[in-house]
Design a protein around this ligand. Structure first.
Ligand code: AMP
Length: 384
């Protein structure tokens, strides 16, 4: 990939695809982490006196319609405050005002309002690619989607490069993908095996140990022949789980926290051999053996909570695990929305070597897939 630093962007017009898909409630930004993650590229461009047009999506509006609740106006306002420069919201990519205004920083309205984004249309891609001098792709969180602003525009641009966030994600995640040090430990939690099937397959080939948690652990506990009562499991994944268990890398919890309801009635700590029909496994105990494995790991990949940590009755597994990862000297990476919430809740982002901004993109990258946007950027490099 061509990186931003290898291009002379002084006084140029830069179109920067970012991921500013922040959570909003009544027009208020609940968490601005994604906007902040774009700042290094924006600051770099400003320092080089470049003009900036930012492109982002927000939520899932119906293509072709403007819907106020998906407008990027709150993002433009927030950005203006943090960069201490006004950021102008532009309502259409045809606008004559793009790179022709008093504002050095402009933001195009939600790209998902425009026909052709989802279908990766050549027409929209061409239009976006030709708005400026350089197309900078910095939206790691959406690099796994083949859409007009994440794929076609890169392909059709005169010059395209990776922004600083994409470069950082690629370096940190790439280190664990290709250059990890053993012992390599993967921690995979969350709700469903099916959403992380490819990651588990890949990890099973490379990691020495795999700690499972959440609904994923329940499916493995069931596959190992234990009764799991009313716990969340996926029947269709039992055979797959049995195959993976046979490889001997999965560390099943021995003790778990059960309850008769998600709200927390009749909460008990139990051995996995003693689960009754009316019970659900909603959290797990982190054993001494697990601490030993975490402490001796040189590389740790973490995705997904160990239990229903949103309820403090079932947060202990996720909390203890976060603290153990924070105390370990391993090179650690974490990704996924729930994982970052857990990190923010129990430790600090800095306690992990790198926290990815991606959810789906993080999973696919760590499965060893070359993401469509990265593939398009790589192809651009060989073209030149
Ligand atoms: P994911 O997006 O796949 O990482 O899943 C995260 C969600 O899994 C969280 O909202 C948790 O509440 C949920 N979860 C974790 N453990 C369990 C469990 N034992 N049973 C049901 N849901 C769980």
């Amino acid at each position: 990939m061509i990186n931003l630093s290898s291009i002379d962007v002084t006084n140029k017009n830069l179109v920067i695809r970012v991921d500013m898909n922040v959570p909003l409630k009544n027009g208020n930004i609940l968490d601005a982490t994604r906007i902040e993650a774009c700042l290094p590229t924006i600051d770099y461009a400003l320092k080089n006196n470049a003009n900036i047009l930012l492109i982002s999506h927000l939520g899932r509006p119906t293509e072709g319609n403007f819907e106020e609740k998906f407008s990027l106006m709150p993002v433009a306002n927030h950005l203006s405050k943090i960069i201490k420069k006004s950021c102008e919201l532009i309502d259409t990519p045809n606008s004559d005002t793009i790179f022709n205004s008093n504002c050095q920083v402009q933001l195009l309205e939600n790209i998902r309002f425009f026909h052709g984004e989802k279908t990766n249309s050549d027409e929209l891609g061409y239009q976006l690619a030709n708005l400026g001098d350089v197309y900078v792709f910095d939206a790691f969180g959406t690099a796994h989607r083949e859409q007009a602003s994440t794929h076609s525009a890169i392909k059709q641009s005169k010059v395209a490069c990776a922004g600083l966030l994409l470069e950082k994600e690629n370096n940190f995640l790439g280190k664990v993908l290709d250059n990890y040090e053993n012992p390599y430990l993967a921690v995979i939690g969350g709700a469903k095996v099916s959403t992380k099937l490819e990651l588990i397959k890949h990890i099973n080939n490379v990691a020495e140990n795999i700690i499972v948690g959440g609904g994923i652990a329940n499916t493995f506990i069931c596959a190992a022949g234990y009764q799991v009562g009313k716990s969340l499991i996926e029947d269709s994944m039992i055979d797959f789980a049995k195959e993976i268990l046979n490889e001997g890398k999965i560390l099943l919890p021995k003790k778990v926290i059960t309850s008769d309801s998600f709200e927390g009635s009749n909460v008990k700590e139990k051995s996995i051999a003693d689960i009754e029909d009316h019970e659900m496994i909603l959290d797990l105990k982190i054993e001494n053996e697990t601490h030993t494995i975490i402490n001796s790991a040189k590389t740790i990949l973490w995705n997904g909570p160990m239990g229903v940590f949103e309820n403090e009755l079932f947060e202990d597994g996720t909390k203890t695990l976060s603290q153990a990862i924070s105390n370990s000297s391993a090179f650690s990476i974490a990704g996924g929305g729930e994982t970052l919430s857990a990190i923010n809740k129990y430790i600090n982002l800095d306690d992990v070597s790198y926290c990815s901004t991606g959810g789906g993109a993080f999973l696919e990258f760590m499965e060893g897939k070359i993401l469509p946007s990265i593939k398009a950027l790589n192809a651009k490099n060989t073209e030149e």
